[in-house]
Structures are given as C-alpha cells and as structure tokens.
Design a protein around this ligand. Structure first.
Ligand code: SF4
Ligand code: SF4
Length: 273
C-alpha cells in the first residue's frame, strides 16, 4: 500500500528520517511540504506521513499551514514523526488537536531523538555522540516503519508532564514572534556571495541584495541558512561565531537544494535500508 511522506527539514534530520522510513515501506514517495504551495493538497496514496522537527517545543508554523491545506479521506492512514533533540514535549498532542480541528484523524504519532541544530544554545555534538543518536534512531525508525506497514493506531508519544505544561506555554507565547526572530541573523566578512543561503531557505526569507543576504522577516527558525553556509559566515547574535555547525552527515547540500522551493525535487529515496 503506497505511502506519501511529507517532510519539513532545515538541516537534514527530517529528510534523513523520511528516507529511512521510505525504504522500509512497501512503496513510498517523499515530498518536501515547503514546496507544496497549492491551496488544497490531496495526497493520492492510502498512507500519509508528516515528518518534521520540533521547533520551540511545538509544531513549526509551516507544518500547521500545510495541515490547513491538507485533505485526507477517512480511509487514509495518517501518521506523524516529530524529530527533536531530547524533548518532544506536547508537540504531537498539539498536532493531533490541530488535525482534529480540521476533521482529520492522526492514527499514530512518534517521537525521534536526533542531534540538535539549535546553535544559539551550543554547537554541534561531537561526531561519536551524533553516531550514537543515529544508531538509536535507526532502531526506532524500524519500529515506526513496522507500525506504519501494519497501519497501527497508537496513542501519540509525548514528554513528561512538566514538559507538556511549561514548554507548551513557552511555544504558544513565542509562536507569534518567530517570523521576526531573524533580526539576529547577519553575514560577516567571510561571506563569499555564493547565494546558498537564499536558495536553501524553505521560507524564501533570504534575498541576495548587492551580493549580501538580507533576511525578510518571515523566518521559520529552521537554521538552514546558517548551518549550510559554506563559509560559516552567518551568525545569530553574538554567540555563534566559532561554534561547530551541524547538518545531518548523510544529507548533502545538493540533496537539500533539490528539495528547496526553487529545486527540482528528489523523487523517491534511492538507497536501501
Ligand atoms: S551562504 Fe554564506 S557565503 Fe554564501 S551568500 Fe550566504 S552568507 Fe554568504
Ligand atoms: S531565514 Fe534561515 S532560519 Fe529563517 S527560515 Fe530561512 S533558512 Fe530557516
């Protein structure tokens, strides 16, 4: 039974997850939800997956926007995977409520722990720590794919009580301010005017003006621009200079650009599990 996996990814964790799940299903396509601009999205497949990172302990606004345009029939199987760096909080509970408000039923919601890309709180984990997380994540992905193949309906996964209360409140208070949080981005003297930050931004929020990136105040805080800059020229406030950048080591820049709004798409993941 065919499944379409819609992913949202800034630094490759969610794309990697979508690819790994895809090759474990009988038949699956992946698609970047940031590229789907139509007013109504009607996935033709019997199975539909949403794979996205947890942003500020909640569902990223572009995922909510995508859901508002998504039409899934009652007999289609809808599941989600929330990728996070240790705290899923009530992300999947909120997703479930948002879907329910649209009359959609979330069959299962899984949490997946992968390395953080939130550089304001620190640089990338050491490679061995990253590899431990990837190895554990692959075990979980195997279980997720099995549940999806069997079309299981499971309770959504969530964090402990304190996460769900405090962090969810922080999410709700911060959400309206996310678009303008790009005020802290700037490119330093190392910028080579390559334009990658403009191309890779899923929100088309970076414009090259006179050879320099200019942020447009509709940011989604995915950190793709900063993390993929080949010169490490993009900073966020005063704390990111010299901090180790992160993107998923198996995801290339070319693959990310193929899935970017101006890219050609990537089709089905070609690798084997
Ligand atoms: S990706 Fe980096 S080097 Fe390239 S234009 Fe943007 S800031 Fe400059
Ligand atoms: S400006 Fe940077 S952080 Fe904001 S949405 Fe674009 S790539 Fe992501």
């Amino acid at each position: 039974m065919k499944t379409t996996l819609f992913f949202y990814s800034g630094t490759g964790n969610a794309l990697w997850t979508a690819e790994k799940i895809a090759v474990r299903l009988e038949s699956a396509d992946i698609d970047a939800l940031a590229r789907r601009r139509e007013k109504v999205v009607r996935p033709p497949s019997p199975g539909v997956g949403l794979i996205f990172p947890v942003h500020i302990w909640g569902v990223p606004p572009p995922v909510l926007n995508f859901i508002d345009r998504l039409e899934v029939a009652p007999d289609q199987y809808l599941f989600a995977v929330a990728v996070h760096a240790g705290q899923v909080a009530a992300t999947l509970v909120r997703l479930q409520k948002h879907l329910r408000a649209r009359g959609l039923f979330l069959s299962s919601g899984f949490s997946l722990n992968l390395p953080s890309n939130y550089i304001p709180w620190g640089g990338a984990d050491p490679p061995d720590a990253q590899q431990r997380k990837f190895a554990a994540a692959l075990g979980k992905i195997e279980a997720v794919a099995g549940a999806v193949r069997r079309r299981e309906c499971l309770p959504v996964e969530k964090g402990p009580f304190w996460q769900n209360g405090i962090l969810s409140l922080f999410y709700r208070l911060t959400l309206p301010r996310v678009a303008k949080m790009d005020k802290s981005f700037f490119a330093d003297a190392a910028c080579s005017s390559c334009g990658i930050c403009e191309k890779i931004c899923p929100a088309r929020n970076v414009r090259m003006i006179d050879g320099r990136p200019v942020w447009q105040r509709r940011c989604e805080q995915c950190f793709a621009c900063l993390q993929w800059c080949p010169e490490e020229a993009i900073q966020y406030g005063r704390g990111t200079r010299g901090r180790k950048r992160y993107h998923h080591p198996e995801i290339t820049l070319a693959r990310m650009l193929a899935w970017a709004p101006s890219g050609k798409g990537g089709g089905r993941a070609g690798e084997k599990a």
